[in-house]
Design a binder for this molecule. Sequence first.
Ligand code: EPZ
Length: 415
Amino acid sequence: MASILVSGGRKIVGTARVSGAKNAALPILAATLIARGPVELTDCPHLSDVENMLKILRSLGVSCSLEAGTAHIDAAKAERCIMPQSISKEIRSSIFMLGPLLSRFGEAVCAYPGGCEIGHRPVDLHLKGLAALGADIREERGYIICDGHNMHGGEIHLDYPSVGATENIMMAAAAVTGDTVITNSAREPEIEELQNFLNSIGGDIRGAGTSTIYIKGGMEEVPAAAHRIMPDRIAAGTLMCAVAMAGGEAELTDVCPEHIGSLISKLREAGCHISCGRDTLEIRAKGRPKEIKLIETLPYPGFPTDMQAQIFALCTVADGTSVIVENLFENRFRHCAELIKMGANITQKDRTAIVRGVEKLSGAVVYAKDLRGGAALTIAGLGAEGMTAVENTEYIDRGYQRLDETLNSLGACGS
Ligand code: EPZ
């Protein structure tokens, strides 16, 4: 298992460009299956989750490459609708393939998806939405078997604004005959990004970013498409928490400040000075973070669950007590035990943690248990006395393009 060594006590100073968003790239890669012509995706991040998604596409007969941040995808010769279990159980986003496979081939077989073990992560809302579009779905021996030869438009109300279920239904509905309305849809920026991509390959979708999405069925023929993946709001937020923890000042470029409004508000509460441009953001932090009284994760535009672990690390050394409530996933506090090893004062029960800030953490050997928890431990190491070894950094590689190198380019010191 890989690891990184973080030496605490160094300030972060400099400029960093924010990479393309993992959680936009993954559904868009799935959606390339319904494109009629070749697709070029720029700012596509080099991540293990993206590599696994490309492996799934290749297993279906899609030709794809990713070099220097540009992915070239051509699904013209795609011919299979059964995804290999060996890969689909590795990542959550394999479930995103169901919608495109159904609309392309009228059938799909996939194993239950994998992904970070942050909770049970059922797929019932995905399957209920696809069934409402006419798919016949069976679950047998760990496989999801779908017959979509009679797919049609429909009206779907999501019991919960699930990001993945919203995306899966959008991709299935875009190519079938008949119109679809999704109500109580997720409003994350990645949903709007997927709408823009689907429309660029012949779809006719509107309303993404609100709680109601309108999809006109039937894709127009578009010979070829090019799309730039939007900046990763979570990668940007992670770097901002690193500055808040280590102190210093950084400029982020190619960032969408409007996508991280809730985080900016919390980091200002912690005493950071943050100024925003159209696609840049400057953050300055000095001394001990001030108390952030309450953090509750919520669907967008609420505080993002994918930033909970990172700001949690900051709260462990803040001048006061924080209450952190994780409303989306039932097992997303796995970084607590590791932070306690570093001297954090945490009381956690179920989905609530009470964090009493300490002056300083101490370096230790700690273990990443999931993607964002691994990033949080790296941030904690930046502010700790001495060296911190973060083990199992494969988790971090799922969602960050060499987080250690980015931080080192900003003056932190790790290896
Ligand atoms: C997406 O996961 C993201 N992953 C997650 O990011 C992110 O944490 C999550 O959205 C919430 O914002 C990708 O986009 C690849 P959900 P997803 O469906 O789609 C429940 C990261 O670190 N639910 O919105 O799986 C579910 O259990 C990752 O980058 C059902 O009950 O999230 C959870 O409690 C982690 N039934 C809640 O909804 C379903 O069918 C939110 O899940 C689907 C979801």
